[in-house]
Design a binder for this molecule. Structure first.
Ligand code: ADP
Length: 245
């Protein structure tokens, strides 16, 4: 990128008016698709994402089955119209990498051993992207898994922290991601309302070890706030199902 870097922090505020430890507005809705076993729509800032879960169901081809546990497949896909310049449709190196690390971020939470020989397919479609899509997708995928009734040990909640103009900021948007000094997406396994472990941690850019520690604390704070919105979406879905019955 050879455009001139804009000032990302002005008078102690970020370009979109947020404070350093503030998330973008977040909206989550569970069970939005009829044909999938579980689904979720999420907006995190300008990101708009749909997640769909199928399964547990029989795996085809059969040689991919595991007799001891379920096989998890995760496909992250960006729509051609999701970014400013039309993106070439189909998988690329970035989406293959994101699919792999996201699958690994979710695997510890899914009780795979309860579903031998079966498969759980998770599809996430990014309709509009504005940085932090891998984390927003994980938040949606977790809710969609719960919506599908897949047995889980907890929930995965994800958020990134960036370093911009020397300052750590929660949940960076596009300009902060483009021009910042570092970007660190985290995913956490939350169990009984507490952060139990980290299931994804990536970094590009540069930070001191001390800053990374602070970034972790900031991400944990953000994750607990996102967790409350995920929970609320699941509760609303169950309540609306009860009303129909
Ligand atoms: P994440 O979306 O998880 O932050 P990246 O750091 O790789 O992942 O991407 C940051 C942002 O860059 C994306 O959210 C998206 O807005 C933009 N982006 C990613 N890939 C492309 C692409 N092929 N064309 C245009 N913009 C892209």
């Amino acid at each position: 990128m050879n455009e001139e870097k804009p000032k990302l922090i002005v008078d102690g505020k970020r370009l979109d008016g947020r404070s350093f430890d503030e998330l973008r507005p977040i909206k989550i809705e569970a069970g939005i698709l009829k044909r999938a076993d579980g689904s979720c729509y999420i907006e995190m800032g300008k990101n708009k994402i749909v997640a769909a879960v199928y399964g547990p169901r029989e795996v085809h081809p059969k040689h991919l089955q595991d007799p001891s546990k379920a096989v998890i497949r995760y496909r992250y896909n960006m729509a051609p119209f999701s970014v400013e310049e039309r993106k070439r449709p189909g998988p690329d190196r970035r989406s293959i990498e994101i699919s792999k690390v996201s699958k690994e971020a979710l695997e510890p939470v899914i009780m795979k051993e309860l579903f031998p020989r079966s498969g759980i397919d998770i599809f996430v479609e990014v309709l509009q992207a504005d940085a932090g899509t891998r984390t927003a997708c994980l938040n949606a995928a977790s809710v969609a898994l719960i919506d599908a009734g897949v047995a889980m040990r907890g929930i995965v909640t994800a958020v990134a922290v960036a370093k911009v103009d020397g300052q750590l900021v929660l949940d960076p948007m596009k300009e902060e991601d483009n021009y910042g000094e570092a970007d660190v997406p985290f995913a956490f396994l939350i169990r009984s309302g507490k952060i139990e472990s980290i299931t994804l941690l990536q970094m590009d850019g540069r930070m001191t070890a001390e800053e990374l520690k602070k970034a972790l604390e900031l991400a944990k704070k953000g994750a607990m706030e996102i967790y409350a919105v995920q929970r609320d979406a699941i509760m609303r879905k169950y309540r609306s199902e009860e009303e129909v019955e």
